[in-house]
Design a protein around this ligand. Structure first.
Ligand SMILES: C[S@@+](CC[C@H](N)C(=O)[O-])C[C@H]1O[C@@H](n2cnc3c(N)ncnc32)[C@H](O)[C@@H]1O
Length: 264
């Protein structure tokens, strides 16, 4: 898919991250990659080989992989993000390849990667089933897929709707949070076997910081604050909404899912 052939959801994400790329470097909450390290340790016999990091953003995941010996392709829809990730790689003396493309169509041959990672990005994707199918296609048999993203437990429609409205107002390029069960089904349908899947609550330490990261408009900040004030009990409870030191905090439902391409 050419970069001038993006759908409106992809275009919105590209524009948002081209504008906001400088916010995703060092010091960003995503620079703590302990979630990635823990999750990779849960795969059996995963040895550094060829990896694709989809929607690589500032490169925190992909550069970690490169630092421990993987040969990494960083892919993203935003050119500015890729430039930032490439600069971070140079600074750290790491070699990576960067490729600009959408997560819904990959420009790679079948069975060309040993690992595909995608962290805190899939909630922007216009077509998650296509993304998972492409992931399965480019993985070698037995190859590993690590997905980390904001998610929600199954059977929580009220809390899901609330979180969707908050995220969409904060960053209009947000598309949808998918539940844990939905991701499992997408993997199974694409020929991937889920080897672990866990919702790990993860603290969002300051709503204002979160607004700054996305450059949320003043009107939308006011609307989110109303949603927080009027949050339904299902959402308050699930996300542990609270005020601490005059900051609004909550706990994201972070999904950590590992799958492997089935060997036929
Ligand atoms: C929060 S950042 C990702 C963080 C990164 N994975 C990490 O571990 O630090 C989200 C990224 O998703 C990218 N993105 C959003 N929609 C996309 C799509 N449809 N295809 C490819 N990249 C996309 C954005 O450009 C942005 O760089």
């Amino acid at each position: 898919m050419a970069m001038d052939d993006l759908n409106p959801i992809q275009r919105a994400a590209q524009q948002q991250f081209d504008r906001q790329s400088e916010r995703y470097g060092k010091g960003h909450i995503l620079s703590d990659i302990s979630d990635v390290i823990d999750a990779l340790g849960r795969f059996d016999r995963l040895k550094p080989a060829r990896a694709l990091d989809v929607a690589a953003g500032g490169g925190h995941t992909g550069l970690y992989l490169a630092s421990v010996g993987w040969q990494v392709v960083l892919a993203d829809i935003s050119a500015a993000m890729l430039e930032r990730a490439a600069a971070a790689a140079r600074e750290r003396g790491l070699r990576v390849e960067t490729r600009q493309h959408a997560a819904e169509t990959f420009p790679y041959a079948d069975a060309s990667f040993d690992l595909v990672t995608c962290r805190v990005a899939a909630h922007h994707f216009s077509d998650p089933p296509a993304f998972v199918r492409e992931t399965a296609r480019v993985l070698k048999p037995g190859g590993a897929f690590l997905l980390i993203d904001g998610s929600i437990e199954d059977g929580q429609p009220v809390a899901e709707e609330w979180a969707h409205n908050v995220e969409k107002l904060r960053d209009p390029s947000h598309h949808r949070l998918l539940s844990q069960g939905t991701w499992t089904k997408l993997c199974q349908d694409a020929g991937l076997r889920v080897v672990f899947s866990e919702l790990q609550p993860f603290k969002q330490p300051d709503l204002n910081w979160y607004f700054e990261t996305a450059n949320t408009s003043p009107e939308n900040r006011a609307k989110v604050l109303d949603l927080v004030r009027l949050a339904p009990p299902e959402a308050s409870k699930l996300f542990r909404l609270a005020e601490e030191d005059s900051k609004i905090v909550w706990w994201w439902q972070r999904l950590v899912l590992g799958a492997q391409r089935i060997v036929i």
